[in-house]
Design a protein around this ligand. Structure first.
Ligand code: GSH
Length: 200
C-alpha cells in the first residue's frame, strides 16, 4: 500500500494514526499543494486532487480519509469502528472532519487568497462552524471521548491539533477546558506523538 500524505494535513494524519493503531505499514508518499497548486498532489489516484489517497496492492486507489480509515481498520482487523457504537463513532468522525474542512478553508483564505479579495465575514462564518462543533464536543461528547479509543476520537484529536497548528492565536482552549484537557492526554498515545503536524 502507498499512502499519499502530507505532514501538515489532518486528514492524512488520521490515516497514518489508523495505520499505526492497527499495526500495519504502508509506503508514505509525501505530497503537498492546494487547489491552486496541484503539481505535487495525487491527481492520478484521486481526481479531486486531494490528500490523503491510498494506493492498494489489489484494486483501485481509495480516497476520502473516512473511506481509507474504514478500509485500514477492516484490513488490519482493528477495532476502531466497534459495532456496539458504530453510528456514534461515524458521527464523531464526521464532526471532526467538518472541523478540519472549515479550518482548512480559513487557512486557505488567509494564505492563498490575494489580500485584495479576501472576505473576512466568510472566514468568520467558517470559524463559527468550528466553534459550534467544539461547543457540541464539550457539551455532548466528553463521555464518549473518555471511553475506549476509536476512530472518532482519533479524528477529533487530529482536528484539535490542526486548530493549534494553524489557528493557535484563536485559542479555543480557554472556552472548552474539558476538551482541552482531553486533547492533552490523548496526544500522549505514541501514534499521536509520532505524527504531530508540521510544515513539509
Ligand atoms: N474530505 C477529504 C478532505 C481532504 C482534504 O481536504 N485534504 C486537503 C489537505 S489537508 C487537500 O488535499 N487540499 C487540496 C484541495 O482541496 O485541492 C478527506 O477526508 O480526505
Amino acid at each position: 500500500m502507498k499512502l499519499h500524505w502530507s505532514p501538515a494535513s489532518p486528514f492524512a494524519r488520521k490515516c497514518l494514526v489508523c495505520l499505526k493503531e492497527t499495526g500495519q505499514e504502508a509506503e508514505i508518499v509525501p505530497c503537498g499543494g492546494t487547489p491552486m497548486m496541484i503539481e505535487n498532489m495525487p491527481v492520478p489516484q484521486n481526481p479531486l486532487g486531494k490528500i490523503p489517497a491510498l494506493e492498494r496492492d489489489n484494486g483501485p486507489a481509495l480516497y476520502d480519509s473516512r473511506v481509507i480509515t474504514r478500509y485500514l481498520d477492516a484490513q488490519g482487523e482493528g477495532n476502531l469502528y466497534p459495532d456496539t457504537r458504530l453510528w456514534e463513532v461515524l458521527t464523531l468522525e464526521s464532526l471532526a472532519d467538518g472541523i478540519m474542512d472549515a479550518a482548512l478553508l480559513v487557512t486557505y483564505e488567509d494564505r492563498i487568497r490575494p489580500e485584495a479579495i479576501r472576505f473576512p465575514d466568510w472566514a468568520e462564518a467558517q470559524w463559527a462552524k468550528v466553534d459550534r462543533a467544539l461547543a457540541a464536543l464539550e457539551r455532548q461528547w466528553m463521555s464518549h471521548l473518555n471511553g475506549p479509543p476509536d476512530m472518532g476520537q482519533i479524528a477529533v484529536a487530529c482536528a484539535l491539533a490542526y486548530l493549534d497548528f494553524r489557528h493557535g492565536t484563536r485559542n479555543w482552549h480557554t472556552s472548552y477546558p474539558s476538551l482541552s484537557d482531553w486533547e492533552q492526554a490523548f496526544a500522549e498515545y505514541s501514534s499521536m506523538a509520532e505524527t504531530k503536524p508540521r510544515d513539509p
